[in-house]
Design a binder for this molecule. Structure first.
Ligand SMILES: Nc1ncnc2c1ncn2[C@@H]1O[C@H](COP(=O)(O)OP(=O)(O)OP(=O)(O)O)[C@@H](O)[C@H]1O
Ligand SMILES: [Mg+2]
Length: 381
């Protein structure tokens, strides 16, 4: 999967931009606040119709403009597709090869991107909700059935929570109805659990090896999935165990007016040498771990879908020492199209720069495409 070209109009700090990418490494250089992250964000929006930075689409529109427009030419299995997104006060219009697509679900995944940014690292420190949201998206990308299961699960969870509120309001409970709700809830919980468990299992096949090759030492990294209804007792099935938990904690659930056990309370965490990374890891270790996760996702995606997603690496080198920077560059497979941003060209060896498209961006404009042949002093003119 490749992105050949992106055109922007009134997108964040860009008036108009027309930028082409090669199939391997593309380097975007610029000082702070010049538009590096904005450019990667526009590619992400083109792929998934939403930003990884802000919840509101209107933030994408350049200040004092009426609309924002992204146009991209993408290649998948030797087939070229033209994608367009227009955002204005009335909402969002998406088009494939000039034809408007009403259902966003039919538009998404024409091009798959994996993004690494400061936001990705923040996920480690945030609440479990943000990690669940993240892994839900990732699992959905490689497994379309998961979206359906998750939506069925969320529906039954909503029904159960509503019923808990009704009973809490002193209405007499209908045991038969509650039993049906609980059984359905437990079955769908186990389904969601299986998808998540398998995903983590698959990611761990790649994760540790990639992490070691980035950090260059023998520390063991693992992604863990903590599920709150796993039975300590092997003789109970997962479903029965959850049903027991619901029964045992019914009074508590009634007073909270919500379901306290199930995938809605699961969490994901990294361990480095069996210690929780978000509690004990250094900034650099966390950065390397998230990067390893992203690279593992690329490989897993390739195995499952038979296509390599486009890798967007935003400011990946900060807080990493020179050895790790070189290890990352070595790791970037020629088959994976990579678009990376950096403030400092010196982060990238001349050897690597030779085969890359290099763009210097200043104040929302490309000011140079041939930096590698210039003296260092010319870079930010
Ligand atoms: N809707 C918008 N309209 C106009 N300008 C915007 C809009 N949203 C953000 N900006 C501007 O874009 C600039 C930030 O761009 P961006 O985040 O891409 O910078 P960057 O090159 O990634 O910088 P850094 O190296 O600090 O991460 C800021 O000057 C900000 O004011
Ligand atoms: Mg940035």
């Amino acid at each position: 999967m490749k992105i050949k070209n992106i055109k922007l109009k009134n997108y964040r700090n860009y008036d108009a931009l027309d930028i082409s990418f090669n199939d391997n490494l593309n380097i975007i250089i610029g000082e702070n606040a010049q538009g590096k992250t904005n450019l990667l964000e526009s590619i992400y929006v083109l792929a998934v119709t939403k930003s990884f930075l802000s919840a509101s689409d209107r933030n994408l529109i350049k200040f004092n403009s009426k609309f924002s427009f992204i146009n991209g030419l993408v290649e998948k299995k030797d087939c070229l597709t033209n994608l367009e997104i227009l955002v204005n006060d009335n909402g969002k219009v998406v088009k494939i090869n000039g034809k408007e697509i009403k259902k966003l679900s039919e538009y998404i995944s024409r091009v798959n991107v994996i993004v690494f940014s400061a936001e990705s690292i923040r996920m480690l420190k945030e609440s479990p909700t943000s990690r669940r949201k993240y892994f839900n998206i990732q699992i959905s990308q490689i497994n379309r059935n998961y979206i359906k299961k998750l939506s069925d699960y969320n529906n039954i969870l909503r029904q159960r929570n509503e019923y808990l509120k009704i009973i809490n309001g002193n209405k007499k409970s209908d045991q038969e109805y509650l039993d049906i709700l609980n059984t359905k809830y437990a079955e769908l919980s186990v389904d969601v659990y299986e998808y998540r468990k398998n995903y983590i299992l698959e990611i761990n096949k790649y994760l540790d090896r990639i992490f070691k090759s980035i950090v260059g030492d023998e520390l063991h990294l693992k992604l863990n999935y903590s599920c709150n209804f796993i039975s300590g007792e092997k003789e109970y099935s997962l479903k029965d165990n959850l049903l027991w938990k619901l029964k045992d904690n019914f009074t508590k659930e009634l007073s909270y007016k919500m379901t306290l056990f199930g995938p809605n309370r699961d969490d994901f965490y990294f361990t480095l040498e069996d210690k929780n990374l978000s509690l004990f890891g250094s900034q650099g270790q966390m950065r390397s771990a998230i990067l390893a996760l992203k690279l593992a996702e690329v490989l897993l995606f390739n195995t499952k879908i038979g296509e390599t997603p486009v890798l967007l690496l935003d400011d990946v080198f900060s807080e990493l020492d020179i050895n790790k920077r070189n290890n990352i560059l070595k790791y970037l497979d020629k088959k994976v199209q990579t678009i990376l941003t950096t403030t400092d060209i010196e982060n990238i060896s001349e050897e690597r720069r030779k085969n890359a498209n290099v763009y210097v961006i200043k104040n929302g404009k490309i000011i140079s495409r041939e930096i590698i042949f210039k003296q260092e002093g010319d870079v930010n003119e």
